[in-house]
Design a protein around this ligand. Structure first.
Ligand code: UD1
Ligand code: CA
Length: 457
């Protein structure tokens, strides 16, 4: 049986009190709607239709490989699914309905739901869960023999119904030819004056159709995010899941509670992640590395045996055996070569640092190409900006740059050359030469001593 998914993502998310559409709020750095779309894709959906409305443009630009349909007015979840009908007019198969605000749903669980639905040939199959605190969710009402009868929203539920712990996850599989006719019969006669998708269950049961429910063992999977508190809860659950996975793969997390790893980050075994570390975006870390404490990496490719401590690294490459930090800021386009070292209080940008080169302290290196085995003295700065444009600094292999050198770009320092400490180098330096630029030192004998004497008097 072929399947299409409809993801509901048109709501404003009033309870979030936000100018950002709810489904774009991030969990472990990724918009909630992206998790849902990816999970749908991962079980081989033929087609994914996302219903957008509130903040439609922003939601549309955050997703790829899906179809969109606009729900102009948010009249309820039932209405939202109805709006998607047009997009599925040429589609024969079952329809999976997902919520854009349920990011924790696992691929495996979704597969089970689909399998149960297909095997049982039910008109509808719901995913439900037993919640310790079911507040805010729709409750599943079953008859005496345990068959699903209907779903009642919290706001419409009687005190007795509110005591029910089994909740509707908002994730369902429907037979297409049962779903859409039922949607047309919905009426907004409820506390919220909305067209509830949940009422379809009651209508199908009334027509003698079979409705089944799959109860998940793990209620955390179906946590719906309606408020900032639930967002934080989803974040905690997702973080826990990601961290557990990497520990199982052989990564040491000194303190999982203070380790923040994004869902798309990849780590290799025997790497140690120290507390207060954030690994985000498209970051990968090789084997046997030591990352943190207090490392913040976004879109960084890290090789094996690398050490990074107390540093911020963005969109950069750190090769095997390199050391970064403490207190570095490596900005986009930095490449730190094998066994190179970028030390205390160093900022880099769009620069290549060759193998075994060292920038141990207090430097700014921007738009530079540094060869191998180069030593950059403390306080060295590439003056890459003339107030109008950026210029390049090229430093050959085995160069020794003296402390506090200003390298005024564009400039080239030839292989094996040296610069004297405190020099402002404005002209290219040929291979093997020394460039020094500073006035001769005057030493006035006993001047300091006599000055002190005068002061005392
Ligand atoms: C819904 C269910 C509830 C279930 C809960 C699970 C209904 C009536 N209730 O309640 O039984 O326990 O999810 O999390 O379905 N949306 C639209 N258009 C609309 C309204 C909503 O696209 O007109 C989208 C929202 O953006 C959201 C999803 O549908 O992604 C669910 O809507 P929401 O308002 O969060 O429903 P809940 O009150 O959580
Ligand atoms: Ca919700």
């Amino acid at each position: 049986m072929e399947l299409a998914a409809v993801i509901l993502a048109a709501g404003e998310g009033t309870r979030m009190k936000s100018s950002l559409p709810k489904v774009l709020h991030r969990v472990c750095g990724k918009p909630m709607i992206k998790y849902v779309a990816e999970t749908a894709r991962s079980i081989g959906m033929k087609r994914v239709v996302v219903v957008v409305g509130h903040g439609a443009e922003e939601v549309i630009s955050s997703l790829s490989n899906v179809d969109f349909v606009v729900q102009e007015r948010q009249l309820g979840t039932g209405h939202a699914v109805q709006v998607a009908e047009g997009k599925l007019s040429d589609f024969e198969g079952d329809v999976l309905v997902l919520s854009g605000d349920t990011p924790l749903l696992r691929q495996q669980t979704l597969s089970c739901l689909v399998a149960l639905h297909c095997d049982s040939e039910a008109a509808a199959t719901l995913l439900t869960a037993e919640m310790v605190d079911p507040t805010g969710y729709g409750r599943v009402i079953r008859d005496d023999s345990g068959r699903v009868k209907r779903i009642v929203e919290e706001k419409d539920a009687s005190p007795k119904e509110r005591k029910i712990k089994e909740i509707n996850s908002g994730i369902y599989c429907f037979k297409k030819d049962k779903l859409f006719p039922a949607l047309k019969k919905l009426t907004p006669e409820n506390k919220q004056s909305e067209f509830y998708l949940t009422d379809v269950v009651r209508l199908l049961v009334k027509d003698g159709e079979r409705v089944f429910a799959l109860r998940t063992d793990d209620p955390s999977e179906v946590v719906g995010v309606n408020s900032r508190r639930q967002l934080a809860e989803a974040e905690r659950i997702m973080r826990d899941r990601i961290n557990s996975r990497w520990m199982e793969e052989g990564v040491t997390l000194i303190d999982p509670a203070s380790t923040f790893i994004g869902p798309d980050v990849v780590l290799d075994r025997d790497t140690i992640i120290h507390p207060f570390t954030f690994l985000e975006g498209d970051t990968s870390v090789g084997e046997g590395c030591s990352i943190g404490p207090s490392a913040h990496l976004v879109d960084v490719k890290v090789g094996d045996e690398v050490e990074i401590a107390h540093s911020v690294v963005l969109d950069s490459v750190i090769e095997d055996g390199a050391q970064v930090g403490p207190f570095c800021r490596l900005r986009p386009g930095t490449k730190v070569g094998k066994k190179a070292r970028v030390g205390t209080f160093v900022e880099t940008k769009k620069s290549i640092i060759g193998e075994e080169s060292r920038i141990p302290h207090l430097s700014y290196i921007g738009d530079a190409k540094i060869g191998r085995r180069v030593n950059i003295g403390a306080g060295t700065i590439t003056c890459n900006y003339d107030g109008f444009e950026k210029h390049e600094t090229v430093i050959g292999d085995d160069v020794f740059v003296g402390s506090d050198t200003m390298l005024v770009a564009p400039i080239r320092i030839g292989k094996g050359a040296m610069t004297g400490a405190g020099s402002a180098i404005t002209k290219d330096v040929p291979d093997g030469s020394l460039a020094i630029e500073r006035s001769e030192q005057r030493t006035i004998k006993d001047w300091a001593k006599s000055r002190r004497k005068r002061k005392k008097k």
